[in-house]
Write a protein that binds this ligand. Structure first.
Ligand code: NAD
Ligand code: WQD
Length: 338
């Protein structure tokens, strides 16, 4: 399949581009580089051994998005493009609603105009909101506590409504906590500014870019008091997209379906720190500080639906996640070249 990968220069998109090519598909990248570097593209070509067609523009530009899909030959879209920082989304909510919904509107209109039907969408475990239910099955009600999360809840609903008309066939993939990097160390996560997420923060401390990690809370009702998350290797996540694309092709009668992409296991913050120290051979000094507002004690997936229906399951261990993150971070201490 010729597949438009929006946000294909970003963290998860870039890893998925490599796996799409390996599976015999033809990925085409569209990215504004608002949160990524164009210098990832030659590395994608190096890893795939093929030329990767790429387009640099803001997908909210409906004319440009339509012109790209109008070039023809597209069999599917994987929509990663979006803003994703939970905290920032409360400071600039309008930017989040405009960007995340606006890209989806422009894409859906362009797909409709040019007869492209299949869409795989980057959703998130954040759509389960503040729930105590773990593991989390797809049947849970969706809601949010922050603008970023609401954009995902709203985009899911928009996509369900459009799928119900027969105009699109949609896979909603709810990621848990993506971490890790391609085992080559050539591509990985490169957050701009201070990382919001645990793993890039740990790896920047280990490589000497930051002094100490702050551990947000050690008084949760968990074995060591720190919060549990379902960390999933980005390579497993990328494989989930290839599996979802195949599912859509094989099940043209299914208009829309949600799948959790997680491991089903919770790992604590301190377990992650210890695993990273072991994998990197570097110390990760930390201070225990108060809880971060909005954090839950435990978040992990019930991944059984994806296993039963997509034939997919996460296989990589926490040790591999740490080793691959460290290979990327130590070889690229400042991330991608500007
Ligand atoms: P990322 O920021 O690395 O990648 C997103 C890409 O989209 C970036 O390259 C950015 O430049 C591009 N982009 C943003 N707005 C755009 C626009 N208007 N036009 C064109 N390009 C635009 O993030 P990621 O971690 O790879 O996440 C990809 C998707 O997965 C996002 O939709 C995110 O919300 C979702 N997601 C991420 C996580 C996570 O923890 N990383 C978890 C759940 C869901
Ligand atoms: C993990 C754990 C923190 C940083 C977020 C989004 C979610 C999804 C994935 C997009 C928590 C602790 C963190 C630090 C810490 N993204 N932590 N010190 O919050 O589970 O999920 O990313 O859809 O929507 O909310 O991930 O990596 O920020 O935190 O102690 O400096 O690490 O408290 O327990 P989170 P995270």
């Amino acid at each position: 399949m010729r597949v438009l990968v929006t946000g294909g220069a970003g963290y998860i998109g870039s890893h998925t581009v490599v796996q799409l090519a390996a599976a015999g598909h033809e990925p085409v990248v569209a990215d504004s580089h608002v949160n990524s570097r164009a210098s990832v593209l030659p590395r994608l070509e190096e890893l795939t051994g093929t030329r990767i067609e790429s387009h640099s523009f803001d997908l909210r530009d409906a004319d440009k998005t339509s012109a790209l899909l109008g070039e023809g030959g597209f069999d599917a879209v994987i929509h990663f493009a979006g803003l994703k920082a939970v905290g920032e989304s409360s400071q600039i909510p309008l930017e989040y609603y405009d960007n995340n919904l606006g890209t989806t509107f422009a894409l859906l209109r362009a797909m409709d105009r040019h007869g492209v039907c299949r869409l795989v969408f980057s959703s998130s475990a954040t759509v389960y909101g503040e729930t105590d239910t773990v593991p989390m099955p797809e049947e849970l009600e969706t809601r949010s506590t922050n603008p970023y999360g609401w954009t995902k809840v709203m985009q899911e609903q928009i996509l369900r409504d459009v799928a119900a008309t027969g105009a699109a066939q949609v896979a909603l993939l709810r990621y848990f906590n993506p971490v890790g990097a391609h085992p080559s160390g050539r591509i990985g996560e490169d957050p701009q500014g201070v990382p919001n997420n645990l793993m890039p923060f740990i790896s920047q401390v280990a490589v000497g870019r930051r002094e100490r990690l702050q551990v947000f809370g050690d008084d949760y009702p968990t074995p060591d008091g720190t919060a549990l998350r379902d960390y999933i290797h980005v390579e497993d996540l990328a494989a989930g997209h290839v599996a979802a694309l195949q599912y859509l092709q094989d099940h043209p009668d299914v208009p829309v379906r949600e799948w959790n992409l997680g491991t089903g296991h919770g790992t604590s913050v301190l377990e992650m720190v210890a695993a990273f120290e072991a994998g990197s051979g570097r110390a990760v000094p930390y201070d225990i500080v108060g809880r971060r507002a909005g954090d839950l004690a435990a978040v992990y997936a019930d991944p059984s639906r994806a296993e039963a229906e997509l034939g997919w399951r996460a296989t990589r261990t926490i040790e591999q996640m740490c080793a691959d993150t460290w290979r990327w971070q130590s070889a690229n201490p400042q991330g991608y070249p500007a």
